[in-house]
Design a protein around this ligand. Structure first.
Ligand SMILES: Nc1ncnc2c1ncn2[C@@H]1O[C@H](COP(=O)(O)OP(=O)(O)OP(=O)(O)O)[C@@H](O)[C@H]1O
Length: 853
């Protein structure tokens, strides 16, 4: 068996061998020299030590002045042993020689900086981490070495101290100054400092520094309330909050949570009230003294008369988790780096990417670099006032709280509360409406209890929400380093972490959301995440866009990332008939991939491709590298209305089976009704995402729970995977950015044509259905349609009775209603499914079919 396979290997075509052989050899060499952990450690330590040796010898040379100079000059004439005995450099003749060259002959004291380059490089090679960004630090070291040398040269020349001080400037700095002196005399200091200025402007992006500096006063205004420093300034700025704190009646240490008083710059911290101070201020302030008996009585046993805990008694603990954006320097490096290289290195012997060897991944510069909107963050005032409202509202219903904590997210702030012992969670859940009313804001979501945390969560929308820009999430370290097969960024969580999912594992995604809530942006974000991480050889998209305008921008990717039916004019499919063909064609592709997998005795696409890359599957037997295929449907409702089962069946089939062969579906719909997201479809999409929808019924249809109707729009969403629900803020990508990315890729050399899907001609049935001849329809059809929608009952006898028609005519009308997608197919004894909820939807549909009346 294995012998045969080996023989099969030798039959590969010449061109393939040629394309593989050189790379293979190269990667072997590289691996053996640098990639094995032992040798990287050895090389790293070598560089590290070399840097340290150089630094020590330079310092020693400067400390001992020119003592070793004569010895170095006489090196050729006396023995090394003699020279070694006489040298005063800590590191002997070698140290003295290197120092003489680098310090005396070349760069003077500036040379002291040079050893940092091998030290930093050695550290990186040995430990895989950067102490400082290497490229940038090297650039800085080179500049300052030269600049310090020149500056010292100026000092030496001006002070006529060539004899005693020339080692300070080295030959380079001195000669430059001799030359400058001829031109400018003492004025040569001007170009020297001008050079420093120019370097600073470009290297440290002085423009941004100036902009930040100019913006500072404005920022300070908002920051004051954010209580970065809990001092008098702050208290005088929020007098009402302070007053409330002064009213604090009784010290109740058991209610006071651990206040978070460690913080950094952009974190908002609640003020910590010192109990002693209060008591002094409030000597006469004992409000209603708490009834001690009732206070200790467990609420579960006897419902106590309500003793609301004053909101100000509770400290608001603030939980902050910072997002791990790459530091600016590294981001720049990432931008410049050839991303290809790292991915190429990961691949085995057969590399499908060599089809497009010069393909450049899109750079991050194509995405807009909006600096930040920090100043729009939630203020201390807002936090305090929401806290007060929550505590008071709950208090007025007899629910006292023992602890409250806030986590500020991009769109909402999560207040987690721990009610006092004995308070039933269902009681709080029932008060959802009242709390929302009291907070007078949209989008309050109560999560009782918070899974796995033993608290109750209340999400309150922020007054000023933060836009999450796509650039920041794609440059996030976690996304950069993610090793998922199909990584997609879905958004930012409440604790400001980015949420990355693997579409290959999901394995399909269903998205819903009312119009204008961010679905299209969400789809674009998913597509962009994949495009930024995957090579065209690894991934193909099938884009279905019945709305005809949403995905057109991706047309430019036709010869890189798109797949289409042979002979189709457009790669992006907008026509219902073609959608049906394409879906069926994908089913054929799925079946033939399964055949290949079976033949190769592997279980999934990844194993198959690995085996193929290892040359264990012969192309002569029809084996080929199989890219992932992601089918994106932007608006399932349209398709289900016009083609019903013909769309539903292949989608369900693909969703059920295609995962193992690398075909994944992302399906979006505006109308998450049961007519669109049928049981069959829903059962096969375990991962579902909902933007804001119009009713809790819609929310239940898509997520199996309410809540999506309370989202605040603009990309605010709930993601449900395997019964776990998380709230996320979708990143924002605008049309111009998509356009730029597509243009960047589209202008590169691509494949000769789009990836060809198997041919599918379609059967007669589907042809006739798609080309409905409305002239033959019964005149009473529109009236019958309205009747059915009004009664939400797809029965022929209803038409018969209400419209007083004979059975045959009513039956004919019913068939025609099925044909135009108003009712579902005949199901035997049960009434047919009704595809529309209300008359306005129906009228739109009839108009679009050219049926009036
Ligand atoms: N993640 C986001 N962050 C900020 N704003 C957003 C976000 N997503 C959407 N928006 C805003 O909402 C608008 C509508 O978004 P989008 O076009 O994606 O809606 P849609 O649900 O696709 O609507 P339709 O179904 O009508 O096409 C956008 O133009 C943008 O201004």
């Amino acid at each position: 068996m294995s012998v045969n396979k080996l023989r099969g290997n030798t039959q590969r075509t010449r061109t393939e061998e040629e394309s593989v052989r050189p790379r293979f050899r190269l990667s072997l060499d590289w691996d053996s020299i640098f990639s094995s952990p032992k040798s990287t450690l050895a090389w790293g330590i070598f560089f590290l030590l070399a840097g340290i040796i150089l630094e020590v010898s330079f310092i020693s040379y400067i400390v001992t002045g020119l003592a070793d100079q004569s010895i170095i000059d006489a090196l050729g004439q006396e023995s090394i042993r003699d020279a070694g005995r006489q040298t005063r450099n800590f590191l002997g003749v070698l140290g003295a020689t290197f120092s003489h060259i680098f310090v005396y002959r070349w760069f003077g004291v500036g040379a002291l900086l040079l050893p940092f380059v091998p030290i930093l490089a050695g550290w990186k090679i040995a430990f895989g981490k950067e102490l400082l960004p290497l490229t940038r630090a090297t650039q800085e070291v080179i500049f300052y070495t030269l600049w310090v040398s020149v500056l010292m040269g100026y000092i030496v020349l001006m002070s006529n101290s060539e004899n005693t001080m020339s080692f300070a400037s080295g030959g380079f700095g001195y000669m430059v100054n001799v030359w400058l002196f001829d031109w400018l005399k003492w004025g040569s200091i001007i170009p020297i400092f001008f050079a420093l200025f120019v370097f600073a402007v470009y290297f440290y992006d002085a423009k941004t520094l100036v902009e930040n500096w100019q913006r500072k006063p404005e920022k300070e205004e908002t920051v004051v309330n954010e209580a970065e420093v809990p001092d008098q300034n702050v208290s005088s700025d929020i007098p009402d909050v302070e007053m409330e704190i002064q009213k604090q009646p009784v010290k109740q240490p058991e209610y006071v949570s651990v206040a978070n008083d460690t913080y950094d710059d952009d974190i908002i911290i609640p003020r910590v009230v010192e109990p002693e101070k209060e008591e002094k201020q409030n000597g006469v302030h004992v409000l209603e003294v708490l009834n001690k008996e009732e206070f200790v009585k467990p609420a579960a046993i006897v419902s106590p008369p309500v003793v609301p805990v004053p909101a100000t008694d509770l400290e608001l603990e603030l939980e902050v988790s910072s997002e791990t954006l790459l530091p600016r320097e590294i981001r720049e490096v990432v931008d410049d780096e050839d991303v290809n290289a790292s991915i190429l290195r990961e691949f085995g012997q057969y590399d499908p990417m060599l089809d497009l060897p010069s393909y450049q991944f899109p750079t991050y510069n194509l995405l807009s670099d909006v600096i930040d909107n920090q100043h729009e963050k939630v203020t201390q005032e807002e936090l305090e006032s929401n806290k007060t409202k929550i505590v008071e509202t709950l208090g007025s219903y007899g629910i006292n709280i023992s602890k409250i904590k806030a986590t500020i997210g991009p769109t909402v702030t999560l207040y987690e509360i721990i009610p006092e012992a004995g308070v039933r969670i269902s009681k709080i859940k029932n008060l959802e409406g009242d709390i929302a009313l009291s907070l007078a804001a949209l989008g309050i979501r109560i999560i009782a209890p918070m899974p796995g945390r033993g608290t109750i969560g209340i999400e309150v929308p922020n007054k000023n929400r933060e836009t999450v820009f796509i650039r920041s999430v794609l440059m996030n370290e976690r996304f950069q380093k993610s090793t998922y097969d199909l990584p997609i960024v879905l958004g930012k969580t409440i604790s400001n972490e980015i949420h990355i999912a693997d579409l290959a594992k999901m394995p399909h995604l269903l998205m819903a959301g009312a119009t204008g809530q961010g679905k299209s942006v969400g789809l674009n974000v998913i597509l962009a995440s994949l495009i930024y991480k995957k090579h065209p050889a690894e991934l193909k998209f099938v884009l279905v866009d019945p709305k005809k305008v949403e995905l057109t921008l991706f047309n430019k990717l036709e010869r890189h990332f798109l797949a289409k039916l042979p002979n189709a004019d457009e790669a992006i499919i907008t026509d219902t008939k073609k959608v049906i063909f394409t879906l069926n064609s994908l089913c054929i592709e799925m079946d033939s991939r399964y055949d290949l997998l079976k033949e190769a005795s592997v279980r999934n696409l990844k194993e198959y491709n690995t085996k193929f890359a290892q040359r264990r599957l012969s192309p002569e037997k029809g084996h080929k590298f199989l890219p992932y295929i992601v089918l994106v449907i932007d608006e399932l409702a349209d398709l289900m209305m016009t083609a019903g089962k013909e769309v539903e069946t292949p989608i369900a089939r693909l969703a059920q089976l295609a995962r193992a062969v690398g075909i994944h579906l992302v399906v979006a719909t505006q109308r998450p009704s049961v007519k669109v997201i049928t049981g069959l479809i829903k059962a096969n999409f375990p991962a579902r995402l909902s933007f804001r929808v119009t009713s809790s019924i819609d929310s239940r249809t898509i997520l199996d729970m309410g809540g999506a109707e309370q989202l605040v729009g603009q990309g605010d969403m709930l993601l449900a995977i395997n019964s776990e629900v998380i709230r996320l803020q979708c990143p924002f990508i605008d049309t111009r950015e998509i356009e730029d990315v597509c243009e960047f890729i589209g202008s590169q050399r691509g494949y000769d044509e789009a990836y060809a899907l198997p041919e599918y001609e379609g059967d007669e049935n589907s042809e006739s259905r798609s080309e409905v001849n409305t002239d033959d329809f019964d005149q009473l059809l529109p009236e019958a349609a309205r009747l059915i929608i009004t009664h939400q009952q797809g029965s022929t006898s209803l038409i018969q009775r209400k419209m007083k028609l004979g059975y045959n005519r009513a039956g004919r009308i019913m068939d025609q209603l099925e044909l135009i997608g108003v009712v579902g197919p005949f199901t035997g004894s049960k009434a047919r499914d009704v595809m529309f909820h209300d008359l306005s939807q129906l009228d739109d549909h009839l108009r679009s079919m050219g049926i009036s009346g």
